[in-house]
Design a protein around this ligand. Structure first.
Ligand code: BES
Ligand code: ZN
Length: 442
């Protein structure tokens, strides 16, 4: 174990799960670890309170004649359940071969920690960095960053920068440098169908009264037609079509349909007609059921008509779909289909728009050169299906683009049991940071 890995393992051990209030103190301890680390590196370091989890900001001494780079990351992690499916304890980092297994190893602790170590190495070797750096690490990304946009507004001056860099996306394969120039947006909602005023015997009343579970299933089924086209009126109104260069670029990557099947273990693909799997995942909007429930879920059968049923939906969005508009269209679509015999409640959840930047801009090209140095290979240009809503807020509030230089591998299992990060990418991330700051300096 190198001292850098030992320190990384220490960072990984904090169970900084942001969705779960019981982990509030762990989240805070994790933020304090970062404060100590940055202070030890000689950076000007501040822990900022928010109505939720703290934001950590650390800067080197700024100089006026060089660009300022904002490096964003998140130290909060996803819950660990189903915990029984982990082969090793989720918060005990375990090294097997090249892989470090731990919740948060890739998403996102490993990725931003390697940037921190890159900065530390440069400072140790040269006493200074080639650029002004501001680290901005938050503890609420996995719950939609509810307090970070207001934080950006309040600290607009202190966070003034020329470009933002983030490693919180994927690589298309091991050793293949990948620059992401777009992310899908997201909009969430939950609906409940209320039927009878109490749970009913399904033999005594079945056939005459509405069954909320059936209605919920119908609503969910009505979202797509047989070509997997979303049926919500107005849903596609503002969708910007993929450009030919993107379709060509993605078609030149290793077979995306096969990779998608391989990574997910499905027996076949089922997506919108007329698009490849990569186009469907990166460039087309979706409607997904993330949860559906109602009625008896226990062992054996129970002949009941439960009084209510529910579903949680999320929509992934592409430019220029406005999340608020999409949620409103969805609410109307669902409400209109609920029969008069039932009542539907639709609760709108968190949302954020899609993001795209020009990968051929000055900073985009600098980032690609840095990727080439760190991985020695020509970078591939992709968009991602996942969302990091704060990236568009960084554009809107701070006025800068974000270079998305991901280190997540297709098999790293973020959000799932047995999440891992490779030592190879941990080290590549350190090299990437060093090359990136050099390239951005000029
Ligand atoms: N790092 C992910 C987003 C991601 C994953 C982007 C893979 C590209 C490739 C991030 O931590 C995440 O999970 N974001 C959430 C959004 C949020 C609002 C809950 C997501 O995409 O579901
Ligand atoms: Zn995540």
């Amino acid at each position: 174990m190198t001292p850098q890995l030992t320190e990384f393992f220490h960072f990984l051990r904090f169970p900084s799960i942001s969705t779960d209030r019981r982990h509030r103190d762990d989240v805070r301890d994790c933020a304090n670890f970062l404060i100590q680390k940055f202070t030890g590196m000689g950076l000007q370091t501040e822990l900022h309170e928010t109505p939720g989890n703290p934001v950590v900001v650390a800067k080197n001494a700024p100089k006026p004649d060089r660009p300022t780079v904002l490096i964003y990351g998140h130290y909060d992690v996803q819950p660990v359940d189903p915990v029984d499916e982990w082969d090793t304890p989720p918060f005990e980092p375990t090294l097997k071969g090249d892989k470090i297994f731990c919740r948060g190893a890739t998403d996102n602790k490993g990725q931003h920690f390697s940037h921190m170590l890159g900065v530390e190495e440069t400072l140790e070797e040269h006493g200074d960095l080639p650029v002004n750096v501001i680290f901005l690490l938050e503890g609420e990304e996995e719950i939609g960053s509810p307090n970070l946009a207001p934080f950006l507004e309040q600290h607009r001056e202190a966070l003034k920068c020329d470009i933002c860099a983030v490693s919180d996306t994927g690589m298309i394969g091991p050793g293949i440098p990948t620059m992401t120039y777009g992310l899908r947006g997201i909009a969430c909602l939950e609906f409940k169908i209320h039927g009878p005023s109490l749970d009913l015997h399904s033999g005594v009343y079945g056939g005459a009264v509405p069954n909320p579970a059936t209605i919920a299933a119908r609503l969910v089924a009505s979202l797509h037609n047989d070509s997997e086209v979303i049926q919500i009126p107005g849903f596609y109104d503002d969708v910007v079509p993929l450009e030919q260069w993107e379709r060509d670029m993605w078609a030149s990557l290793p077979d995306g349909d096969a990779a998608t099947m391989d990574e997910t273990g499905v027996a076949g693909l089922l997506g919108e007609t007329g698009f490849t799997a990569l186009e469907q995942r990166w460039g087309r909007p979706t409607a997904e059921v993330n949860g559906i429930g109602g009625g008896y879920q226990g062992e054996g059968s129970k002949t009941v008509i439960a009084r209510e049923a529910m579903s949680k939906l999320s929509f992934r969005l592409v430019p220029d779909q406005a999340p608020e508009k999409i949620l409103e269209h969805a609410r109307q679509f669902l409400t209109a289909q609920c029969p008069d015999s039932c009542r539907i409640d639709v609760e709108l959840g968190h949302f954020g728009p899609a993001y795209v930047m020009d990968p051929h801009s000055k900073y985009g090209k600098a980032a690609q050169r840095a990727l080439e140095t760190a991985f020695s290979g020509e970078p591939r240009l992709i968009r991602e299906g996942g969302s990091i809503p704060i990236i568009q807020s960084i554009k809107d509030i701070l006025g800068v683009d974000t270079l998305l230089l991901g280190l997540a591998l297709p098999d790293c299992q973020i959000h799932a049991p047995n999440e891992s990060f490779t030592v190879t990418n941990f080290e590549a991330g350190i090299r990437l940071n060093r090359a990136l700051l050099e390239e951005l300096a000029g």
